[in-house]
Write a protein that binds this ligand. Structure first.
Ligand SMILES: O=P(O)(O)OC[C@H]1O[C@H](OP(=O)(O)O)[C@H](O)[C@@H]1O
Ligand SMILES: O=c1cc[nH]c(=O)[nH]1
Length: 506
C-alpha cells in the first residue's frame, strides 16, 4: 500500500508508525504488529492505530523512523505487513516455561538493544522470567549477551573495583560514600548505577543533583583514570545497553526478576572489566530478599555467576528491615550523605553500612589487611580524604566541587505525620514508605521524599513527628499526605500490645 508521509516529532524510543484504522484493516495488521516501510531503504516498525489523528491514506512516522529515513526523504512510502521478530516467539517459549538456547538469548538481547520489541512484549518477557526463573546457564548467556551488545571498558591498570546493591531498601545512599572512600585509598572504581527500579531514588538519581551523570564509555574511562572513580548513570552509556531498556519496563511493574537482576548487575560489572566486586544484599521484611536463607541463596548465585565471568565477588547480607539513615528521596539523601562526608555527622546505620562495604573492597583490593578495612574506611571519612575525593569526582563530572549540604534544595511543600499515641515504633513498612515518597514526586522531582524523625524500636509520644513529607508540588504533597494517613507505614503501640482475658462467666 502506498501512503503519504506525515512526520510526528515525538520520541517514543523505538521504530513506531501510526496508521488510520481503515488502512490498517486493509493492510491486515493489528495494533502491535509490524509493517515494513520502504522508500529507498527498508525499515521495520511497530504499528499504532488512530481513528482521527492520521487521515486514511497517510502514515504517521514517529521521530525515530523519521530520523532513519531522513537521508533519502520521500513524500510517500510503500507499506507492507511484516513478520514479527523471532524474539516474540522466543518470549512465548519463556511464557511456556521452556528453556532457551544460547542462540535464542542472543537473538532476544539483540532485538531488545535494537528496539525491535514493544513495551508489551518486553513486559511479557520480564513477567515470564519473574514467574519462571532462568537456569544458571541461561542467566550466564543473558549476562554475556548484555555485555557483548554494548561498549566495554579496558583499563591498563588493575585491579578494577566495583560495588553494587540489589536495591530494595529505602534510603540506600551508600555508594555516595563508598566510591570516594575506595578511590581515596588509591583503588580504581568506575561505578555505573541504575536509576530507581523499585525505590524512590537510585544512585544515579542522587548523583545527578551534584553533577551530570550521562557519559559514554570513553569519557568514563578518561575520568576514572584521572581521579580514580566516577558515579555515573549506566543507562546513558552504551555499556550493557539492554539493561536500561529492561529496567524502564520493570519500574512501572515494580518487579526485579531474579535472573534479570543477576544479569543486569553482573553485565555492568563485566563490561567495565571489574576484578573485585562487593555486592550489597539488603535483607528483611519489605525488601527484595525477605530472609537470610534467601539472601545466602542469592549470594551464592552472584558468586557463581561472577566465577563463570572471571570476577571475584564477595556479598554482604545487610540489614534491610528499615531504611538506611533517615532520608528517602534524591535531595534529602544527598544532604544526609554530604553531612557524613563533611563532618562525620549522620546516622549510625548509614556510616556503619558504608564503612563495612567500603572496608571489604579495601581488603579485596589489597590496601587494607584482613579485618582492617572497616577502620581504614572510617578513618578515610574522618580525616576528610573521602570528601576531598568526592569533590574531585564531582568536578571531573562537571559539577561544582565546592557544593555543601546547605546548597541542596529540597521540596518547598512539607507536612508532618504525627504519632497517634504514646508507644514504640513496632513496624516500619519499607514498601509503604517508598510508595508515599513516590506519590510525593520522588525520584523525578528531586526535592521530594521523606525525612524520618523516628525509626524502628524508638519510643514516641502522642503528637510527636513520625516523619515529614517533602514535595516540590503542593498537589502531590496533599495526595501523599492523604495516602500516608489512610494507611500509615508505621505501627505505634504501647508496651501492652493486647490484653487476652481468661474465660470468665459474667
Ligand atoms: O530502586 P531499587 O530497586 O531500590 O534499586 C536500585 C538501585 O540499586 C542499585 O544501587 P547502586 O548502583 O549499587 O548504588 C542500582 O544501581 C540502583 O541505584
Ligand atoms: O542495577 C541493578 C540493581 C538492582 N536490580 C537490577 O536489576 N539492576
Amino acid at each position: 500500500m502506498q501512503l503519504k508521509v506525515q512526520p510526528i516529532d515525538i520520541k517514543v524510543g523505538k521504530y513506531k508508525v501510526i496508521l488510520n484504522t481503515i488502512d490498517a484493516k486493509e493492510l491486515g495488521v493489528n495494533e502491535g504488529d509490524r509493517v515494513r516501510i520502504k522508500n529507498h531503504e527498508t525499515l521495520t516498525a511497530i504499528v499504532d492505530f488512530t481513528e482521527d489523528m492520521i487521515s486514511p491514506g497517510m502514515i504517521g512516522l514517529y521521530h525515530e523512523v523519521k530520523e532513519a529515513m531522513q537521508k533519502e526523504w520521500t513524500e510517500s512510502i510503500e507499506v507492507f505487513p511484516a513478520e514479527k521478530p523471532r524474539s516474540t516467539y522466543i518470549i512465548k517459549r519463556v511464557m511456556d516455561a521452556k528453556k532457551l538456547s544460547k542462540e535464542e538469548i542472543e537473538i532476544l538481547v539483540k532485538d531488545i538493544v535494537e528496539e525491535n520489541l514493544s513495551e508489551i512484549e518486553l513486559a511479557a518477557f520480564l513477567t515470564s522470567t519473574y514467574i519462571n526463573d532462568m537456569t544458571d546457564d541461561e542467566t550466564e548467556w543473558l549476562t554475556r549477551a548484555m555485555i557483548d551488545t554494548g561498549d566495554k571498558l579496558e583499563f591498563d591498570t588493575h585491579p578494577i573495583m566495583d560495588k553494587h546493591s540489589i536495591g530494595g531498601v529505602p534510603g540506600n545512599k551508600i555508594s555516595l560514600l563508598i566510591v570516594p572512600i575506595v578511590a581515596a585509598n588509591g583503588l580504581v572504581i568506575p561505578k555505573t548505577s541504575s536509576r530507581a527500579i523499585t525505590g524512590a531514588g537510585g544512585t544515579a538519581d542522587l548523583m545527578e543533583i551534584l553533577a551530570p551523570v550521562e557519559f559514554d564509555a570513553d569519557e568514563i574511562k578518561r575520568m576514572t583514570e584521572k581521579v580514580g572513580g566516577v558515579l555515573v548513570w549506566g543507562g546513558a552509556t552504551n555499556i550493557a545497553p539492554a539493561d536500561d531498556k529492561l529496567i524502564k519496563v520493570e519500574y512501572p511493574l515494580s518487579i526485579d526478576p531474579h535472573c534479570q537482576m543477576l544479569a543486569s548487575i553482573m553485565a555492568k560489572k563485566g563490561a567495565i572489566g571489574a576484578d573485585h566486586v562487593v555486592m550489597d544484599i539488603p535483607t528483611g521484611p519489605g525488601t527484595k530478599i525477605p530472609n537470610v536463607q534467601e539472601g545466602r541463596k542469592l549470594a551464592r548465585d552472584l558468586i557463581n555467576l561472577g566465577d563463570r565471568l572471571g570476577m571475584d565477588v564477595d556479598c554482604a547480607l545487610t540489614y534491610g528491615a528499615s531504611p538506611v539513615g533517615r532520608t528517602i528521596g534524591p535531595a534529602l539523601e544527598v544532604i544526609e550523605a554530604l553531612k557524613v562526608l563533611e563532618n562525620f555527622d549522620g546516622p549510625n546505620s548509614l556510616i556503619e553500612k558504608s564503612a563495612a562495604l567500603a572496608g571489604m573492597l579495601l581488603e579485596m583490593g589489597g590496601v587494607a589487611t584482613k579485618n582492617q578495612g572497616y577502620d581504614l574506611a572510617i578513618e578515610t571519612l574522618k580525616n576528610g580524604k573521602a570528601l576531598e575525593k568526592f569533590k574531585e569526582i564531582i568536578e571531573i563530572q562537571g559539577g561544582n566541587p565546592n557544593v555543601t549540604h546547605k546548597d541542596i534544595a529540597v521540596g518547598e511543600f512539607t507536612r508532618d505525620i504525627l504519632a497517634p499515641t504514646n508507644g514504640y515504633i513496632l513496624e516500619l513498612d519499607n514498601k509503604r514508605l517508598v510508595q508515599i515518597a513516590r506519590i510525593a514526586g520522588a525520584p523525578n522531582d528531586k526535592g521530594s521524599g521523606l525525612l524520618l524523625h523516628k525509626k524502628l524500636g524508638e519510643p514516641i509520644k502522642e503528637g510527636d513527628k513520625l516523619f515529614t513529607i517533602y514535595a516540590e508540588k503542593e498537589a502531590k504533597l496533599n495526595t501523599a499526605f492523604k495516602n500516608a494517613n489512610a494507611k500509615p507505614p508505621f505501627i505505634v503501640e504501647g508496651m501492652l500490645l493486647e490484653r487476652i482475658q481468661s474465660f470468665k462467666e459474667i
